[in-house]
Write a protein that binds this ligand. Structure first.
Ligand code: 26V
Length: 789
């Protein structure tokens, strides 16, 4: 390893050790790891070709990967070797790992889930390919300026991204616009614009390198002028349009996971990567000499939300227009290939494209959508429409074109059946299935929490790394004082590490003995960070009034970004920062309460915060959070949850036991019922002197003395609408927080509860989730040689 690092330093980077920066060392280390990775990757790829096994194609607009060096070193079992080699060379492995930028090609849960799935697919030895977009700029970087969010462009590709291999020979034409002519029953699409999609491949190596898959991200290139000349008789204008489109199409990840704004460029992004992926998988199938009618035996295509839902019409287009299949035959065949995962019930996030826009960008696909619609109406008269009120509804399209549709937690799947797809569900009662989300324990315990994972492995061996159910062996130890002390010592060391970081980065002193209470996720009204900060104010009021009343000291930690156009979310950020500034400067409560909101929350920050958490905030309005996956990461790392009966919280609580979970709030049914009572928010506030006081303080400018009216609008929404029922759940949330305070005082008992959480999380491994998809949706098996290895 040492020699390899030096060789790469010299011949790959043209440096000698004496003049190398941390960046150079990281590049050399990465290349050394990459070589080893390739030695696992190529045989896997060859084996998948040879055995002609069915492959999974995971189409996702987002892959929120984070850093890779440590993941690669860990999955290859090379962490110790790399550390030792660098140390011999006078370098610090940890510093070098920290130099890596965080690949943020995603917004939040949906993108991170895709990354966990890639890890599990490789570890289970399921031949698979992830398909997505190689964005030049990932999710924006967040700064706070006077407490307000400011966005800066993210620039990860300004450094060499050495994990990827460019594949200039893998290239597809992606066309847009123009018009369609029909001759003798055959459609001819004469597009107006063309770009090329070229592939960049990143190996994804599973545990111990037993199997490797590929994440293939598409970048856009302009069509070459000479190429155009042969097609379009030297149309140089088209060439410059192609250049302009190629420059913009992969430029930036859409940072809005809140509202569907119907932007043409986003539709083009969706079609760009979906078409390239479908063309690619068909080419792979045909090059094996297959009969296209057998495609469903070779390809399971999973749509991560509706973003790639154009895959249905695109596959049909290629089957009919290029391969000569009949329309109905093509539809049936496409359906057998496709599965669709729904990730949200929020009506404003469901994708709909104005028909005129859709038809202008994808005229042939609009014709095909009409055929799909007609076919479905013929078979199921009066069924819900894909084309409605002048829109193309991508949810309905994805549902109708998929043989299986899945929700991401038990509750969410039931709500999918009862709400968004109720009518389609009645017509296709077998189609909707549940696949509760999961997380990869390799990243979210092994790598991010060495203190705890070493302790666990010392106790029960390392079987849990590939079989998380093994953690159940820890359950009996919840009565073992010595093990519990060790468990809490690991937690304590993680909290100390975080305290040092907070001091260094933010200049705030926090006490590692306090309860670390963490809410990290995108800022959304339905996730109710505002309820958390209101509770913080209420607690502060009580602490100030009676500082000696035996309070459990708390550190409230927030992290998360708001969509740049989401005004209320940005007001919530501002309020949290204003409250933090006020409380952190209060001498009376300085040993009792702190509020910490580090800017630019990302995967890397999550890897530090989660192992240090005592309390995990999962407080969304019941019925709104499809699953949540942060909730699982916290519980796995021995935090207790304070939460509502929403998303996967329900199942987490069932697994860890009600006595090890701080439950509060209305249920999904009660939420729906409560909304029918006019004036429910005002009634709740009228009944709560505590809330009245807080709102009074905010409105008087207690937290924004320079600008007292700053939050009048925000507070007004609590009185007038409060769609997310903060006011209705507030008092029960406050009381439950105080129960958590009491519980935290009994350290041994808290340790038992925390340990039981960790020990009960076997079900929430993404390995289990992927096995579920493989069995219920994809009909693929793990390669036996890998599974048994
Ligand atoms: C939605 C939209 C809407 C249109 C504009 C662009 C855009 C980009 C991303 C999204 C994603 C929203 C859906 C999402 O992230 N859902 C989350 O999925 C997680 C994984 O299943 C789940 O744990 C979270 O509860 C759910 O909110």
């Amino acid at each position: 390893m040492k020699n390899d690092i030096l060789r790469h330093l010299r011949y790959g980077l043209g440096k000698d050790a004496a003049h190398s920066s941390t960046y150079d060392w990281r590049m050399a280390l990465s290349r050394a790891l990459r070589d080893r990775m390739v030695d696992h990757w190529i045989p896997s790829t060859q084996a998948a070709y040879k055995s002609k096994s069915k492959r999974v194609y995971y189409l996702s607009m987002e892959f929120l990967i984070g850093r890779l060096v440590e993941d690669m070193a860990s999955n290859l079992g090379l962490v110790d070797e790399a550390r030792a080699a660098l140390s011999d060379l006078g370098q610090d492995y940890d510093l070098i790992v920290k130099d890596e930028p965080d690949a943020a090609l995603g917004n939040g849960g949906l993108g991170r889930l895709a990354a966990c799935f890639m890890d599990s697919l490789a570890t289970l030895g399921i031949p698979a390919m992830g398909y997505g977009i190689r964005y030049e700029h990932g999710l924006f970087e967040q700064d706070f300026v006077e407490g307000q969010q400011v966005e800066r462009p993210e620039t990860w590709l300004q450094q060499d991204h050495i994990w990827e291999f460019e594949r200039p020979e893998v290239e597809y034409r992606i066309t847009f616009g123009g018009h369609v002519e029909h001759h003798h029953d055959k459609a001819h699409w004469h597009p107006g614009e063309t770009v090329l999609a070229t592939a960049y491949d990143t190996p994804v190596i599973g545990w111990k390198g037993r199997w490797g898959n590929t994440l293939r991200l598409w970048a856009a290139q302009p069509v070459k002028v000479f190429d155009l000349a042969s097609f379009n008789r030297g149309d140089y204008l088209s060439a410059s349009r192609s250049e302009a489109l190629a420059r913009t199409i992969c430029r930036v990840l859409y940072p809005d996971d809140t509202t569907e704004t119907g932007k043409e460029l986003r539709l083009k992004q969706e079609y760009f990567f979906t078409s390239a992926s479908i063309q690619d998988l068909i080419r792979r199938f045909m090059s094996d000499g297959g009969d296209i009618r057998n495609l469903p035996d070779a390809a399971a295509i999973q749509l991560n939300d509706t973003h790639p839902a154009i895959a249905g019409p695109e596959l049909i287009r290629l089957l009919v227009d290029d391969h000569g299949l009949k329309m109905d035959e093509a539809m049936a065949l496409a359906r057998r290939c496709l599965g669709y995962t729904n990730h949200t019930l929020l009506p404003e996030a469901l994708e709909r494209w104005p028909e005129w826009l859709f038809g202008r960008v994808l005229p042939r696909h609009l014709e095909i959508v009409r055929e799909i619609e007609d076919d479905h109406q013929r078979r199921f008269p009066g069924s819900p429409r894909i084309l409605e009120h002048g829109n193309v509804c991508m949810g309905e399209l994805a549902f109708i074109m998929a043989h299986k549709v899945n929700g991401v937690s038990a509750l969410h799947t039931e709500l999918v059946k009862q709400t968004v797809f109720a009518d389609l569900h009645k017509l296709h009662p077998q189609r909707i299935v549940n696949e509760t989300n999961g997380i990869t324990q390799r990243r979210w315990l092994k790598t991010c929490n060495p203190a705890l994972s070493t302790l666990i492995t010392g106790q029960i061996g390392d079987g849990w790394i590939t079989d998380l159910d093994e953690l159940a062996k820890l359950k009996p130890l919840s009565g073992d004082a010595q093990f519990k002390d060790a468990f809490m010592a690991a937690k304590r060391s993680n909290k100390e590490r975080l305290s040092n970081w907070v001091k260094a980065e933010m200049g705030i002193d926090i006490d590692p003995a306090a309860m670390f209470d963490v809410q990290i996720k995108r800022i959304h009204e339905y996730k109710r960070q505002h309820m958390n900060i209101l509770e913080t104010i209420a607690l502060w009021n009580e602490m100030k009034a009676r500082p000696d009343a035996g309070w459990t000291p708390r550190v409230k930690i927030f992290g998360g970004k708001a969509a740049p156009g989401y005004y209320v979310a940005k007001e919530i950020i501002h309020l949290i920062n204003d409250v933090a500034a006020t409380i952190n400067n209060d001498p009376v409560t300085k040993d009792l309460l702190k509020v910490v909101y580090p800017p630019n929350y990302n995967v890397t920050m999550a890897e530090m915060l989660i192992p240090a958490a005592d309390l995990s905030e999962q407080i969304s309005t019941a019925g709104k959070e499809a699953s949540g996956t942060g909730n699982m990461k916290f519980a796995l790392n021995g935090a207790l949850t304070i939460g509502t009966l929403d998303g996967a919280n329900v199942e987490i609580r069932e697994h860890v036991g009600a006595e090890n979970f701080f439950l509060f709030g209305l249920t999904a049914d009660e939420v729906m019922e409560r909304r029918t009572h006019p004036g429910y928010a005002r009634a709740a506030i009228d009944a709560s002197p505590r809330m009245q006081r807080i709102f009074g303080q905010i409105v008087e400018g207690r937290f924004s003395p320079q600008d007292p009216s700053r939050y009048h609008g925000l507070v007004g929404t609590f009185y007038d609408s409060d769609y997310f029922l903060v006011t209705c759940d507030f008092d029960s949330y406050y009381d439950t927080q105080r129960r958590a305070d009491e519980a935290f005082k009994n350290e041994r008992n808290w340790a038992a509860m925390a340990l039981t959480n960790t020990a009960s999380m076997g079900f929430f491994s993404s390995d289990r989730t992927i096995k579920g998809y493989a069995k219920d949706i994809w009909h693929v098996g793990p390669r036996p040689d890998v599974a048994e290895a």
